[in-house]
Design a protein around this ligand. Structure first.
Ligand code: ZN
Length: 459
């Protein structure tokens, strides 16, 4: 662990080692088509030493996948536009550098130049792969670089070259609990201790080019006419940028009323946007571009427009087929079938059902990526129906997709999404199946699989 005072850095001549030793590698964590047809995201960690790499993978899964592309409704709706790669690169030190600033006397906290290093604090400078510093100052984008911006950009490029990636956008995750969240150009920087909402917000800047919907207290908009995406100075029903999405009969400007307005869904013109509290308006009370809500309908539409060229392009070469649940076979024990061709578990213990699908040719070659859906009835009070996509090679090799489970017992059917990430299996002899665990019969009522779908891609 190398901890230097900034004062020492300035006085003398420390040379930090140029690049961490281990070769950077890239792992696809979401693939929805050829890179050329998709928005390619690369995630790179900084300040993760060799002993931190398991934590890094967990951080990426949580921040970008589990809580974001799996969970946020807007990102879920847009995710087929993305190919996402996790780049593993080790830093020599654990944790990014942390510098501590104070506001100059009489300074404006929103002005970066009014902040100076606090001589009463120990400034921590670590040797990390990309050289990022968490600085705790919003006006300084929450972060800066140990040496220079150009140097860090060169380091990022080196890492990407080593990993063999040419992404459209880069997400940098800094190993620090200090808050960092900033996007500029095609790069987004967050800290590992943050939540996925910050990543969603910053992606909102980077992909659809949305503005911040928050403001600096007391500031009046001075930028003149502005009527674009999610901020507008045009207080007019018919010419505001989102005129067609305004709530019927809405008053302009709109004063938020918590008893009648959904905070992130009721569209009007609420004062405060793009860092100004007065003179410019935002579509809803509290969109993800302002705070903790979900993306508002206006921002959602910008998302949809910006990703449209990248979504669904795989329709050309994707094969999808639905199958009746009765095709499923019991593993280890026979299952039952009803007159609707559903498969049911009649046993007093849970049972596995193997639901096969035809492996297809696409453009004359076998498919290599697999996903699915299952429509199930969960009739057990405290056990769920859980399914996944699986491929299996005669040689015994198995590739499992992520398991998805029913929410709660219900007489109605539930759809389980088994589509993200897709299972990749390049082997010609492998077959594909949906594998489900059915809970035991309960009060003589059986859980069942009504139907299932398997989709296949090749790329
Ligand atoms: Zn919004």
């Amino acid at each position: 662990m190398k901890r230097l005072l900034i004062a020492q850095l300035a006085l003398c001549c420390f040379a930090l080692p140029a690049i961490a030793a281990a070769q950077a590698t890239a792992t696809a964590i979401a693939k929805n088509g050829p890179n050329a047809d998709k928005i390619v995201l690369a995630i790179i960690g900084d300040g993760y030493a060799s002993g931190d790499m398991a934590t890094y993978r967990d951080d990426v899964d949580r921040l970008v996948m589990d809580d974001l592309f799996y969970e946020d409704p807007t990102l879920v709706a847009n995710r087929s536009a993305f190919n996402i790669y996790r780049v593993d690169v080790e830093s020599n030190d654990s944790g990014v550098s942390e510098w501590f600033y104070k506001l100059k006397p009489g300074g404006d906290s929103s002005n970066a130049a009014d902040w100076e290093l606090d001589p009463n604090q120990t400034q921590i400078t670590n040797d990390t792969a990309l050289g990022y510093v968490a600085n705790g100052v919003w006006a300084k984008c929450w972060h800066e670089y140990v040496i220079s911006s150009a140097d860090t950009s060169a380091r990022i490029q080196n890492v990407l070259n080593e990993a063999g990636l040419a992404p459209d956008k880069v997400i940098v995750v800094l190993n620090t609990s200090r808050l960092v969240g900033c996007a500029g150009g095609s790069r987004l920087v967050v800290n590992s201790g943050t939540h996925s909402g910050v990543v969603a917000h910053e992606l909102g800047h980077m992909v659809p080019g949305l503005s911040d919907e928050y403001w600096v207290s007391g500031k009046t908009w001075s930028g003149g006419y502005h009527n674009h995406k999610n901020c507008s100075t045009v207080l007019n029903q018919s010419s505001v940028y989102w005129s067609d999405l305004l709530a019927p009969g809405v008053d302009l400007p709109t004063i938020y009323d918590a008893t009648t307005m959904d905070p992130d869904d009721y569209v009007g013109m609420f004062e405060g946007c793009r860092y100004a509290e007065f003179g410019i308006y935002r579509p809803v009370h509290n969109c993800r571009m302002r705070g903790s809500g979900e993306f508002c309908p206006v921002c959602e539409r910008e998302w949809s427009t910006s990703t449209a060229p990248y979504r669904d392009s795989y329709a050309d070469y994707m094969a999808v087929a639905n199958y009746p649940g009765a095709l499923c076979k019991g593993a280890y024990a026979q299952l039952a079938y009803n007159t609707y061709a559903h498969v049911q578990n009649p046993w007093t213990v849970s049972r596995w059902a193997v639901c096969p699908a035809k492996r297809v040719h696409l453009n004359g070659l076998f498919s290599t990526y697999f996903f699915g859906f299952a429509w199930v009835k969960d009739r057990h009070p405290d056990q769920d129906v859980c399914c996944r996509v699986r491929t299996r090679n005669p040689g015994g090799a198995i590739r499992d997709g992520v398991e998805s489970c029913s929410e709660a017992s219900s007489a109605g059917y539930q759809m389980l999404r088994l589509d993200f990430p897709k299972v990749n299996d390049p082997y010609t002899w492998s077959h594909v199946e949906v594998l489900c665990k059915l809970p035991p019969v309960h009060n003589n009522i059986r859980s069942e699989i009504l139907t299932y779908r398997v989709g296949q891609d090749r790329f």
